[in-house]
Design a protein around this ligand. Sequence first.
Ligand code: IPE
Ligand code: IPE
Ligand code: MG
Length: 250
Amino acid sequence: MLRKLFKRDTSSTITIDEHNVPRHVAIIMDGNGRWAKRRGMPRSMGHRAGADVLKEIVIAADEIGVSALTVYGFSTENWKRSAEEVGALMKLFRFYMKRLLKIAAEKNVRVKMIGDKRRFDADIIEGIDKLVETTKDNTGMTFTIAINYGGRDEIRRAVQKMLKEYRESPYDVEGVTEQFVADHLDTAGLPDPDLLIRTSGELRLSNYLLWQLAYSEIYVTDVLWPDFDEEELQNAIAAYNKRERRFGGR
Ligand code: IPE
Ligand code: IPE
Ligand code: MG
């Protein structure tokens, strides 16, 4: 069944096929800095605006019927930024985690975190644990935030886990299947993303979900993340609806 969604500011419509909504959507939320720069504001203001948009997108994705949403919030490479910018982002995480508790309760959303949280301050780690623990039995959309996340680092940590397990109780190495590897990644239990959205035009993965994106459809928009809204999400899903996925078959 096709659902016509009316754009807010025009009478034109975006058509989404309700039977072909991507089960798992991954987003690289890029462009906060450029958004702020264009307005003559500090980069931190762009991050704040970006965090506000994220709330809207979580709710919109849930309403469209997406069952898993995974967003890139902070990469293992983002520590290279100035202490001022990293500090502003940490402050934002603290604030946003509290807000997320409320949204998750209202929307029955299960929150997960991927990435190596050990590098964060103790109170942030505590906040993450509380959020994950409090929402773990929610039965709605799974919302995953990737922070201090890098695809290569995730694979490295997975190898480490597998080697440690092997040391403790050796197993048949021939039995190492793709599923076995996937089960050791931070995303264990989540289906692979069907759709990857990257905002602000960059045509690269920037170390995001390297294993999981193997067959995802990619949608890149020039819209900067703080300008991304429900309608842009609908546009991305409508574009996804037109794709023919072949998975290597004919
Ligand atoms: C994305 O926006 C947010 C993070 C990486 C934390 P950027 O800060 O990368 O914005 P641009 O790419 O500089 O515009
Ligand atoms: C990717 O964006 C990371 C996040 C959105 C959190 P970056 O802005 O860090 O990526 P590059 O540096 O343009 O590749
Ligand atoms: Mg960027």
